[in-house]
Design a protein around this ligand. Structure first.
Ligand SMILES: C[S@@+](CC[C@H](N)C(=O)[O-])C[C@H]1O[C@@H](n2cnc3c(N)ncnc32)[C@H](O)[C@@H]1O
Length: 206
């Protein structure tokens, strides 16, 4: 899937992934935000901006880095609607190698960047580089186990990380893992709510 796939997907007035912050991003980042009311964050592959803009609504500067122009224009529109345009930046770039305008940031978020393992390792490496020492990265993905035991997300094991693959990737990065676990949840399908499995990573930059 290249950026034109995502531009086509986002080419609608509806927000495909909603305008509501992801529940895991909120759960793990809220305590960090509370400790530091005026921080800076990167939302890598931030799409239409639901997570980055939630940070800006808490007073943080946010930078949504995504390769889809369409996603980023919706992110800017949402920031304007929420009255946080002065705190929100949209930056078109490939997640596997980018230069942030806010670097070094306090938190780097990456939610549902479902790409092959090598690309994910490059993206996490670049994200960690742009986080200050003592800052955090928070990652959220449809888990590998979701293929057999859950609904929603890509049906391609090559782009589904697991606790094991993320442990290996993190071993090559200057981070200390604080949380790395599969979490149960639910997704809406045409047949109603169905179970889903999400892998969540919270790591501190060393
Ligand atoms: C499933 S969406 C998730 C969007 C957002 N993180 C959220 O949770 O709502 C995946 C996003 O990753 C972006 N993306 C995928 N591969 C990318 C890459 N190599 N570089 C930058 N963005 C990428 C897409 O454009 C899309 O916005």
């Amino acid at each position: 899937m290249d950026s034109s796939y995502w531009d086509a997907k986002f080419d609608t007035d509806d927000y495909i992934y909603t305008t509501v912050v992801n529940r895991f991003v909120k759960e793990y980042c809220e305590p960090l935000i509370t400790k530091q009311p005026k921080g800076k964050m990167i939302d890598l592959a931030g799409g239409e901006g639901r997570n980055a803009i939630w940070f800006s609504e808490q007073g943080w500067q946010s930078e949504n880095i995504d390769w889809s122009k369409k996603a980023l224009s919706k992110s800017l529109k949402l920031a304007e609607e929420r009255g946080v345009s002065d705190l929100h930046f949209a930056h078109i770039a490939d997640a596997t190698g980018f230069e942030s305008v806010l670097t070094p940031v306090d938190i780097g978020v990456v939610a549902y960047l479902q790409v092959p393992r090598e690309d994910l390792a490059d993206a996490l490496d670049t994200l960690v580089e742009n986080v200050r020492k003592g800052g955090h990265i928070l990652g959220v993905w449809h888990a590998l186990e979701n293929l057999a035991d859950g609904y929603g997300g890509p049906r391609d094991e090559a782009v589904l990380p697991s606790v094991e693959s993320l442990t290996e990737i993190c071993a090559g990065l200057p981070v200390e893992i604080e949380v790395l676990t599969n979490r149960d949840g639910q997704v809406q399908t045409k047949d109603g709510l169905k179970p889903s499995i999400t892998v969540v990573l919270l790591a501190k930059k060393l």
